[in-house]
Design a protein around this ligand. Structure first.
Ligand code: TA6
Length: 310
């Protein structure tokens, strides 16, 4: 079983505008759509699309729970969320212009998790997760979820003996690296936080970090990624596509990568699949849609080169 943990889920409100937004102008919204948000939920969505059994965990607010659950049921995302009474799951505003590619994302901070729910989540993990499972912890934690809380959560997950994937940034990424997880996916800026030796090159640092992390991915947005595994570093070059909205592309990569691990595919196949899926995602307007057919075609345009030892 795969469990995703989204500590701070979101409802994405996609605001479509005709032109790029400008100050001192009425930037009229042509249409508005809703999608689920929060990185773990996107990972769940990808796994469900690959027909891989998974369950989304985390903490949602009672006030708009029905709205979030209806999006999740459309996307066939099974969940067992803890509910915080009187709280509202945050909105993440995503502005998409018809004129240009890319998007502007403005996520709210989210509600502070109660101490009772922090404890309930640890209990849920102890009851559900076994060593055969995969747990993906993804997305920014809510405001009062301290580094100590995050460390406690990671240790509880690790204690089960399962495969642990962690897609977080900043000081939380530091904690994940220190405690030791099986998978991380910082981008080229986020990895700055955890560089082992700042006098060395990026690839040398990737090599050093990968000694304690089974699968280390460094994403380079549209340019692809690096992957370090078992003493080797690969450079993955992504196919060039027409970008509509890159929001959620990284989550799509993580979901497809974990799907590949679960299907026990060879690493090169996993990397091609994940890169193909995220390239397809970029071509779609919302935060989570990608096409399996497009991904199959794009997968064949992915180039993987082993980087020479430096
Ligand atoms: O990666 C895309 C996304 O999950 C959006 O759907 C949006 O809700 C946002 O990221 C939330 O990111 P955060 O890092 O705050 O969890």
């Amino acid at each position: 079983m795969i469990y995703t943990i989204t500590l701070n889920p979101a409802i994405d409100q996609l605001l479509f505008v005709k032109n790029d937004i400008e100050k001192r102008q009425a930037n009229r919204i042509i249409r508005s759509e809703w999608d689920c948000g929060g990185k773990g939920l996107h990972v769940s969505g990808v796994l469900s699309k690959f027909s891989i059994k998974n369950e989304a965990l985390g903490i949602v607010g009672s006030q708009n729970r029905a709205a979030l659950y209806s999006i999740l049921s459309e996307k066939q995302i099974a969940h067992d969320f803890l509910v915080q009474d009187g709280a509202r799951t945050r909105t993440s505003f995503v502005i998409i212009s018809e004129e240009s590619s890319g998007s502007i994302m403005m996520p709210e901070a989210g509600f502070p998790t109660s101490e009772a729910n922090k404890i309930a989540l640890l209990e849920q993990i102890r009851q559900k997760v076994t060593q055969e499972d995969i747990v993906v912890i993804a997305g920014s934690p809510p405001p009062n979820f301290t580094l100590a809380d995050f460390g406690t959560l990671l240790k509880a997950v690790k204690a089960t003996g399962c495969f642990v994937a962690c897609d977080v940034s900043g000081a939380y990424l530091h904690v994940a690296v220190k405690i030791g997880v099986d998978f991380i996916k910082p981008n080229e800026h986020e990895i700055e936080e955890i560089l082992v030796d700042k006098t060395k090159t990026l690839v040398e640092n990737i090599n050093l970090l990968a000694k304690n992390i089974r699968y280390l991915i460094v994403s380079l947005s549209g340019e692809g990624s690096y992957c370090a595994h078992q003493g080797r570093v690969y450079r993955i070059i992504a196919p060039q596509v027409l970008e509509k909205n890159d929001t959620g592309a990284g989550d799509c990569f993580v979901g497809a990568f974990i799907a590949g691990i679960s299907d026990q595919l060879p690493l090169q196949e996993i990397l091609k699949r994940a890169t193909g899926c995220s390239a397809s995602k970029v071509m779609h307007a919302d935060s989570s849609t990608f096409s399996m057919v497009e991904a199959e075609i794009l997968k064949e345009q992915v180039t993987i080169i082993e980087v020479e030892e430096m």
